[in-house]
Design a protein around this ligand. Structure first.
Ligand code: ADP
Length: 410
């Protein structure tokens, strides 16, 4: 092949250049009609043509000079641009390969036609022309694929970096949240502990005063009431810090809801009756055995019931346990009491937040305890309350509490 003269393919190159427009159009039709190049459907003719006319020109120059090296740089530049754009246009690698293969077929067919119409264009020249075209197009394909893959890798790197950043931020936030949680727990524990010590001393002092001769009955009664209130606060803080700091594995057991219901109504009967309130109850007959933590469930219900009784002056308090879909049930405590105004609804679940006047004793911890325990038992709290028109607190629980890790059923 090397015996060919320098200008042996010049005539072919000129003829191809003259046919550039119809050949490019023919190629575009092939690409649009090819089911394997799906993404070409999204392109306009101009977008599809892209760098192809320049590459076409460069191949003609290579044919003319029979010297690939002279055009290598220009072809490389255009092929890279082509690969980059096709990547941005959403092409897959196989579509890119297929599209350039169609260009190869069009050019080789044109070379075949030219050879047929020009008897002086002998077999040797035709083979040489085919070889050069093949080489040039392989180079174009390889370079554009490399560029497209490079673009893809760059994007992947970028996404990976973004993910890493998001991950770091998340870890930091998680740490902050758990630190905060830890601090709340420690404060609650320490205060409860210190107050309990102080109360013990104070209560003993009161007993001694009570036994002495020179006592002031009113002052003594007041002091005793203060001690009792403080004891409630300390107990609730102790309970809350226990709930927050309870990192033991949650145990679940199967128990009868109707039995828990009886126990709860018995426990609250006296305090409701003391205020002249009717304590009503209702258990859905379809509900019987459930799987959860009985003690924590009882604690939630008792907190809600004692609030209902405490914040209701007249009327009734109702405890209901009803089915809620195939896999859940709902604990509902409603009352005809003072209700909670809209602006207080969010904050009453935060620790030490109260919406009632100081005349009604309370620590502001009951609903915080309910919230924490409900979270543990996968319960979803919902409540409705209107100032002066009573409240309805609902917690929707799973009938069977699935716990991660070693679920111990006792
Ligand atoms: P506490 O009752 O000790 O104040 P909680 O955390 O149990 O603390 O309740 C927070 C606040 O929510 C109460 O101070 C009260 O204002 C309001 N609240 C809770 N339950 C009821 C209810 N059933 N009716 C009206 N107000 C309620």
């Amino acid at each position: 092949m090397s015996q060919l003269t320098a200008g042996a393919l010049k005539g072919l190159a000129t003829a191809l250049r003259q046919q550039q427009k119809p050949l490019t159009e023919h190629w575009m039709q092939l690409v649009f009609g090819d089911a394997d190049v799906e993404h070409s459907d999204d392109l306009t003719y101009r977008q599809l043509a892209d760098h192809i006319p320049r590459i076409f020109d460069e191949i003609c120059l290579v044919l003319e000079s029979q010297d690939m090296d002279s055009q290598e740089h220009a072809i490389e530049q255009d092929a890279r641009q082509h690969g980059k754009w096709r990547w941005q246009q959403g092409y897959r690698i196989d579509e890119l390969v297929r599209e350039l293969d169609l260009l190869r077929q069009v050019l080789l067919a044109a070379i075949g036609d030219y050879a047929q119409n020009h008897p002086s264009f002998d077999r040797k020249r035709e083979e040489r022309a085919r070889l050069i075209t093949d080489q040039a197009l392989s180079f174009v394909t390889l370079t554009s694929i490399r560029e497209a893959v490079g673009e893809r890798d760059r994007k992947l790197d970028e996404y990976t970096r973004m993910l890493e950043r998001a991950n770091q931020e998340l870890t930091l936030r998680q740490r902050l949240i758990s630190d905060l949680y830890e601090t709340r727990m420690q404060v609650a524990r320490r205060v409860a502990h210190d107050l309990r010590n102080f109360l013990n001393v104070f209560a003993t002092a009161l007993q001694l005063i009570g036994r002495s001769q020179a006592k002031n009955d009113r002052a003594l009664a007041l002091a005793k009431r203060q001690v009792a209130d403080m004891a409630t606060l300390v107990d609730e803080m102790g309970e809350y810090s226990k709930v927050l700091g309870d990192d033991s594995i949650l145990t679940v057991e199967r128990f009868d809801l109707a039995e828990l219901f009886d126990e709860l109504t018995q426990l609250c009967q006296a305090s409701a009756a003391a205020k002249g309130l009717a304590l009503k109850g209702r258990v859905d007959p379809a509900l019987s055995m459930i799987t959860s933590n009985r003690l924590k469930m009882k604690q939630i219900a008792l907190n809600l019931l004692s609030n209902a009784i405490k914040y209701t002056a007249t009327g009734e308090v109702e405890l209901a346990m009803v089915t809620s879909g195939a896999k859940h049930w709902t604990l509902r405590v409603s009352d005809t009491g003072m209700g909670i105004s809209e602006e207080d609804r969010e904050r009453v679940f935060e620790e030490f937040e109260r919406a009632a006047s100081d005349e009604i004793p309370g620590t502001g911890l009951g609903l915080a305890i309910v919230k924490e325990l409900a979270r543990e038992l996968h319960g979803v709290i919902r409540f409705e309350s209107y100032k002066g028109r009573g409240s309805v607190f609902e917690v929707r629980f799973p009938l069977v509490l699935e716990i991660d890790g070693a679920a111990s059923v006792i």
